[in-house]
Design a protein around this ligand. Structure first.
Ligand code: BDR
Ligand code: CA
Length: 312
């Protein structure tokens, strides 16, 4: 089974990604690391711990990472995820799980060295923790099997600025370090495909596990309303769960090999991921960009695994 680290800024869809990863039983989760992004590091960590509680203490450790982007001020996404980052779901729950001692970037380095060539990093927040790990250990790509990150967009508009997706916009300097680090396999799961992974109320109604169904309904209620207000479709975009889905079942997406860079010094375009689709710059490809997704197959996987009544 794939050994993975989930690096999250929990967030509604990060929470759903964690649930999918754990409940699927198809990933060997070595650790969950947290980063500041949608909400503060403390809140993202607390939310992650509450998700561990909801899943009834799977034996997975949570480690805190960076509490700010590399060089910029923290730009949160509370307008999307709510004050607490989970749309008010589990707001009154006391966390029973506590984070473990250790700094997330160090945990990434240690686990990669313990399992050379075996570890997949699934990053669903700003790439700050991974950038810190690379700054400390530039040879990290030699030890890592694959990085799958949710972030950016190649062919369409952004979701924070006209051109930038949130995870990239929040810490573009970190993303730039990751893009140019020399990972053998770096997979971008961007808005090109995540905007097609739309969960509807009908899908949620199919979930057999009443506790998880209630959590999905509650956490996504406002998020779904906001999506409808902007895009005219009553649905919840499963950005981060799709990155987890790609780790579980790579055939869900079609990719193309591209050279991608990110803008970090522009008045209008900071955080834009620029794919050199015509190879104008003449650089070799540095990532596999997800271009198409079998949305129905992914949603079926999500509903089946998150909705099932047992942890397998
Ligand atoms: C990404 O930004 C956050 O709001 C979500 O958690 C997701 O990781 C989508 O642009
Ligand atoms: Ca996220």
């Amino acid at each position: 089974m794939k050994k993975v680290i989930l690096d999250v800024d929990t967030g509604i869809d990060d929470a759903l990604g964690i649930v999918l990863a754990v409940k699927s039983g198809r990933l060997n989760i070595q650790a969950i690391t947290t980063v500041c992004g949608n909400v503060s590091l403390e809140q993202a960590t607390l939310n992650t711990c509450k998700i561990m509680d909801l899943l009834e203490y799977p034996d997975i450790r949570v480690y805190k990472g960076a509490d700010a982007p590399l060089v910029r001020k923290h730009y949160d996404e509370k307008r999307i995820h709510g004050e607490d980052g989970m749309g008010g779901a589990l707001k009154n729950a006391e966390a029973r799980t506590a984070p473990s001692a250790g700094f997330a970037p160090d945990i990434m380095i240690n686990l990669a060295k313990q399992h050379p060539g075996e570890l997949t990093l699934i990053c669903t927040g700003p790439l700050t923790n991974l950038a810190h790990a690379l700054l400390k250990c530039p040879e990290l790509p030699r030890y890592v099997k694959e990085v799958i990150f949710m972030g950016g967009v190649i062919h369409g508009p952004g979701n924070v600025t006209p051109v930038a997706e949130y995870n990239m916009y929040a810490d573009p300097e970190a993303a730039r370090i990751v893009f140019h680090a020399g990972f053998g396999r770096l997979t971008q799961v961007g808005l090109d495909v995540t905007r097609k992974a739309l969960l509807t109320a009908e899908d949620v109604a199919q979930m057999a596990d009443p506790q998880l169904r209630a959590f999905v309904q509650e956490s996504t209620a406002d998020y779904t309303r906001r999506y409808e207000a902007r895009y005219g479709v009553r649905a919840c975009a499963l950005h981060d769960p799709l990155a987890v889905g790609v780790a579980i079942e790579p055939s869900l997406v079609q990719t193309s090999s591209l050279y991608v860079d990110i803008e970090t010094s522009s008045r209008l375009c900071d955080g834009q991921t620029v794919g050199d689709v015509q190879n104008r710059l003449g650089h070799p490809s540095n990532m596999a960009v997800c271009e198409a997704v079998n949305s129905r197959a992914f949603l079926d996987l999500f509903v089946r695994e998150v909705g099932k009544t047992t942890l397998s």
